[in-house]
Write a protein that binds this ligand. Structure first.
Ligand code: HEC
Length: 211
């Protein structure tokens, strides 16, 4: 074994053993540490130790006088990047909708209190979208005209005829709730489309009923 190879092996052994010294706050020797420690601000992890990175002789390229991986946000309380939302705030979804909290078994309540975000003029404009969505999500069971003659209904009886007398007076909110949570044999569709899309379908179903 020539001496170069031997010293290379000794060197590798020293590195490996040095890397084994992890424990507590000491993560041991890391290979390519900038794969683990983010230099930019991160929402959930901050490195607060100003000299972080210096020990490993990595130079700071942020010219802020801190170590390489110091990424605490000096502008926010507790140097956190993510801010705590103000008390009692509620997240809204993309269209500005509040989370839907009416439980599945409270269909009557939903039918009574839910109001569509579309006024009577807007409804005319969204019926076309409603038709596309209805054909995509409902037609295979309820049929193109809502008469429970979709391909699935041929094989599995029990699909509601939406044009039947029993459903003539249901509100768009009632339909919205049934789409969101499902009912009986019908599965929930809430996770598959936005609240806005559900309202569009609900209005289209009302149109089918009035034809
Ligand atoms: C897999 C088949 C299937 C699909 C898809 C489906 N439904 Fe249904 N739907 C049913 C069945 C079955 C019922 C009867 C449920 C019951 O009362 O047991 C029903 C009932 C209904 C009712 C009546 C609820 C009531 O109050 O009794 C409405 C309204 C309705 N569906 C709308 C829709 C709309 C809108 C879509 C598309 C987003 C849709 N359904 C998709 C099978 C389906």
């Amino acid at each position: 074994m020539n001496s170069h190879l031997r010293s290379a092996m000794v060197f590798a052994l020293v590195i490996i053993l040095a890397g084994c010294g992890a424990g507590g706050d000491n993560q041991g020797l890391e290979y390519a540490p900038n794969m683990y420690h983010s230099v930019p601000y991160e929402p959930l992890s901050q490195i607060t130790e100003e000299g972080a990175g210096e020990a490993a002789q990595f130079l700071s390229d942020t010219e802020d006088g801190h170590g390489e991986y110091y990424n605490s946000n000096p502008l926010n309380p507790n140097r956190m990047t993510m801010r705590v939302p103000p008390a009692n705030t509620v997240p809204r979804s993309k269209g500005g909708y509040l989370p839907y909290r009416i439980p599945k078994d409270s269909l009557d309540l939903a039918a009574r209190i839910l109001t569509s975000p579309f006024d009577s003029v807007e409804v005319q404009a969204i019926l076309k979208d409603g038709e596309v969505l209805y054909d995509r999500f409902c037609e295979h069971c309820h049929g193109a005209k809502g008469q429970a003659d979709g391909l699935v209904a041929e094989k599995y009886p029990g699909v509601a005829n939406l044009t039947g007398l029993a459903y003539q007076n249901i509100t768009p909110g009632h339909i919205f709730h049934v789409i969101t949570h499902g009912k009986g044999l019908m599965g929930a569709h809430g996770s598959q489309m936005s609240p806005e899309e559900r309202w569009k379908i609900a209005h289209y179903v009302k149109k089918l009923q009035n034809q």
